[in-house]
Design a protein around this ligand. Structure first.
Ligand code: 6GU
Length: 245
């Protein structure tokens, strides 16, 4: 997978890409990331990327030309073009799973005042937001997107289990985790985890995962893949499944 990120502040992203998991993925060539400075697509000597909004109002809007030129020069067959903007579809593990099979992704980092609408109309496949709050620019959102996407690319996370056990994988929150010491300030680790009985441990983890999801994020249970055992366990907690079967 290769990702081109177009931004007016590529240096915000540089440091992030060097950090542990992403840095390793890039070293192993499981993932290629190219940072592109939007100013390199302006043509003119002054390298102007923004201008005042037509109709008035505060702030500056990213001009259509540089962004369109960037997409046109980077795009190839099968590229997915994403615009990072608070107006986009909310990022989720489902969106990431769908994107993880793409060969090439172009990410355009917007800025909070806006991006000329004609860019989205003519060059963008999907607009993505990372949550209902406003960031000053798409760069931090691009980091969030790449970090979570990279985990889904084969060969990036060493142990396959670390991904299938993640929160949201299979639409459930992760079970609680403990490490040594087994007793800290009188707080004991659940005994089952020290038992060495792998079947008991797996069942305990599954039940804690279901319980947590039911208590904290019941909305996630709607689309979770649940076995007959999962459903009857959830019933003991007071969960009423909407399914009739
Ligand atoms: Cl992708 N961009 C900006 N500027 N703000 C955001 C966002 C993106 N996602 C949530 N807030």
């Amino acid at each position: 997978m290769e990702i081109d990120i177009v931004s007016i502040f590529p240096e915000i992203i540089t440091g992030f890409l060097g950090h542990s998991l992403l840095g390793k993925a890039i070293d192993k060539k499981a993932l290629g990331v190219n940072l592109r400075n939007l100013r390199d697509y302006t043509g003119g000597r002054h390298r102007v990327v923004d201008d005042v909004p037509f109709g008035g109002g505060p702030g500056m809007v990213l001009k259509p030309g540089p962004l369109m030129k960037a997409v046109d020069s980077l795009k190839r067959d099968g590229s997915l073009v994403i615009l990072l903007t608070p107006q986009g579809t909310l990022l989720s593990q489902d969106v990431l799973k769908r994107h993880s099979s793409k060969e090439h992704i172009i990410m355009l980092c917007g800025r909070y005042e806006g991006v000329d609408e004609r860019v989205a109309e003519t060059r963008v496949d999907e607009e993505i937001s990372i949550g209902d709050y406003v960031l000053s620019g798409g760069e931090v959102a691009a980091c969030v997107y790449i970090d979570s996407l990279a985990r889904l690319i084969p060969g990036v996370v060493g142990d396959g289990e670390s991904v299938t056990g993640d929160s949201f994988y299979g639409s459930l929150l992760k079970h609680p985790q403990y490490t040594r010491p087994a007793d800290y300030e009188g707080l004991a680790v659940p005994a089952v985890l020290l038992s060495g009985n792998h079947a008991d441990i797996a069942r305990w983890r599954r039940e804690r995962s279901l319980e947590r999801t039911f208590r904290k994020r019941p909305d996630l249970l709607e689309k979770a893949e649940l076995s007959r055992e999962d459903r009857s366990f959830l019933q003991t907690l007071g969960h009423r499944s909407k399914e009739v079967n």
